[in-house]
Ligand binder design. Structure first.
Ligand SMILES: [Fe+2]
Ligand SMILES: [Fe+2]
Length: 159
């Protein structure tokens, strides 16, 4: 859950960074609505971590700042890239959630309920981003993104 929480911290940064630089007003609105849902995800994960008596990742400020920068850069690259970036990010998040759900202990119904709702929302964020004109990202960028998220998930597990 600490990993999922860090992911949601990063999501806040990405969406806020993009909202800063998005050109089309309707794109900016969509980003802000998605950011609102990410806010819910963040709160659910944080609440669940507290229930389980553990801390959030100490590296979260780092993930947050890095994500604002990446989100702003994606926004500057243009709305179609920025939406493509959202779609790719959310697809990767859905894959991560699927994997996490498959390993979650069957008695942990509370975490399961949170993750399943997040999975639905993230899938919709991806669909909206593509409907809004997002384009598929080049393979090397997708690779870098998945590497970055690997670093984040590994470190958030421990610290
Ligand atoms: Fe989320
Ligand atoms: Fe999302």
């Amino acid at each position: 859950m600490r990993i999922n929480h860090s992911g949601e911290v990063a999501a806040q940064g990405l969406y806020q960074g993009q909202a800063l630089t998005a050109r089309l007003p309707q794109v900016r609105d969509k980003m802000q609505r998605a950011a609102q849902e990410e806010n819910d995800h963040l709160a659910w994960c944080e609440h669940r971590l507290k229930q389980m008596g553990t801390h959030t990742s100490y590296l979260n400020p780092l993930w947050y700042l890095g994500s604002v920068a990446i989100g702003a850069a994606a926004g500057i690259a243009g709305d179609k890239w920025s939406l493509g970036f959202v779609a790719e990010t959310e697809h990767q998040v859905v894959r991560h959630l699927d994997e996490h759900l498959s390993r979650l202990p069957s008695q942990d119904g509370k975490s399961r309920a949170i993750l399943e709702q997040m999975r639905v929302d993230e899938g919709q964020h991806a669909t909206h981003a593509l409907d809004g004109g997002g384009v598929p990202l080049p393979e090397p960028i997708r690779k870098v993104m998945s590497l970055t998220s690997k670093v984040m998930t590994r470190t958030a597990y421990w610290i």
